[in-house]
Design a protein around this ligand. Sequence first.
Ligand code: SAM
Length: 228
Amino acid sequence: MTFRASILTLYPQMFPGPLGHALAGQALERGDWTCEARNIRDFATDRHRSVDDTPYGGGAGMVLRADVLARAVDHVSPADDARPKLLMSPRGKPLTQEQVRQLAVAEGVVIICGRFEGVDERVIEARNLQEVSIGDYVLAGGEVAALVLLDATIRLLPGVMGNEQSGSYESFEAGLLEHPHYTRPAEWEGRSVPDVLTSGDHAKIEAWRREQAEKLTHNRRPDLLEGK
Ligand code: SAM
């Protein structure tokens, strides 16, 4: 099945951007996913093609208009479209690996990239847009956030990753950060590889990796261990 990504943005030329390269780019060429980036400005109706206006109540910046954005959403996602409609937003629920996994088994996604101060609240309610954040900081626009979300999702589509296993042993998959990795040379700048990794004892290696993952998680992200 082809995963269909529709992106509403004022900068369609930013897509597929980095996702036109490497694994995601090959997957795009194979047709594992499609990337339709539409300019929100195409759905403006005045001769200046305005998409934004000043905020009611005053204040800095401009706000994306509900009527223009709703037309754009309805165009790319008609009523029978089952794909989730996500609005990239610092106010949104933080994106997690679990959510990315759920997206990767869906038929696709509709992503709205905000700009300016944000989006008129009424279109969020009326079109049931789910707000998704990629972290506690403010970007200039939703495009980079959309690329992050798509990158994380596309690599999980069937057949995209070379080694299917690498998806399930990674950080966050077991509620832990990943264990450290080592490769050749065995000795580098006086540092050697932990003996267990060259022992050939797979059970011991597995136990060592688990222990390392737990230690790292405890030190760096104790929040991930809460409730375990
Ligand atoms: N005034 C908004 C606020 O304080 O919440 C910030 C608007 S920001 C300058 C413009 C757009 O960038 C947002 O509408 C959103 O689409 C996107 N954006 C910014 N930070 C983001 C984040 N952490 N995650 C997802 N999208 C983000």
